[in-house]
Design a protein around this ligand. Structure first.
Ligand code: IMP
Ligand code: MG
Length: 206
């Protein structure tokens, strides 16, 4: 993993974009930038975990993670949470084949009891805010004691709904990103870094 001589502050941070030659050769036709490398991800996720660990140390924590984009982020986050917690998943899909959000469909319901517990809702990326708004509304009906939200990425410029995340890994500009769990048409989730998809990969595909 390439080392980077950077000091990442303990707050939502702007990624330090890496030179194009950091993109694996076989992906240079599809990705335009390597936005957040493995080292930055690891470092920032560990910082988030430390903050969350302190904030939830004496709470009754239930981590509710949204499928499937959170797989890598969640795994890295919770392995550094040295506090008791419960973990459950909700499936929610905006039923899109491409880059534009559409109607929300729930594909998996929560199974654990969250009543009177402290929920930490984890998603990969906060974009228009429609997903988090809908999920928070659904969770509220289950009467948890508290609901907090944690996202790896925040595209503030695209917000339509009035939602903010309590814990944010990186704030990014309005561009379509893939990797580290995030997909385009179910591809790229396995990349160990976050990259920006070339617009020609999705333009005309909608
Ligand atoms: P929102 O409902 O518009 O806030 O969108 C949230 C969901 O859209 C996320 O959970 C992602 O699944 C998806 N999404 C939004 N932007 C991106 C992106 O740049 N790359 C991959 N998925 C995205
Ligand atoms: Mg998602």
């Amino acid at each position: 993993m390439p080392k980077q001589p950077i000091n990442i502050p303990d707050k939502p941070t702007r990624p330090v974009v890496l030179p194009v030659d950091y993109i694996p050769e076989n992906l240079r036709g599809e990705l335009q930038t390597l936005l957040i490398g493995e080292w930055q991800l690891a470092h920032r996720v560990r910082q988030l975990a430390q903050t969350i660990e302190q904030d939830f140390a004496d709470k009754d924590l239930v981590v509710v993670s949204l499928l499937s984009g959170t797989v890598m982020f969640l795994a890295d986050l919770i392995r550094h949470l040295n506090i008791p917690l419960h973990l459950d998943f909700m499936g929610v899909s905006s039923y899109r084949s491409g880059t534009k959000s559409r109607e929300l469909v729930y594909t998996k319901e929560l199974r654990l009891e969250v009543k009177d517990r402290d929920v930490l809702l984890v998603d990969d990326i906060l974009d228009t805010g429609r997903t988090l708004k809908s999920v928070i509304g659904k969770l509220r009906q289950l009467k948890p004691r508290s609901i907090h939200t944690c996202v790896l990425l925040d595209k503030t410029a695209r917000r339509v709904e009035d939602v903010q995340a309590d814990y944010v890994g990186f704030e990014i500009d309005d561009m379509f990103v893939v990797g580290y769990g995030l997909d385009y048409a179910e591809r790229y989730r396995n990349l160990p870094f976050v990259g920006v998809l070339k617009p020609e990969m999705y333009e005309g595909g909608e």
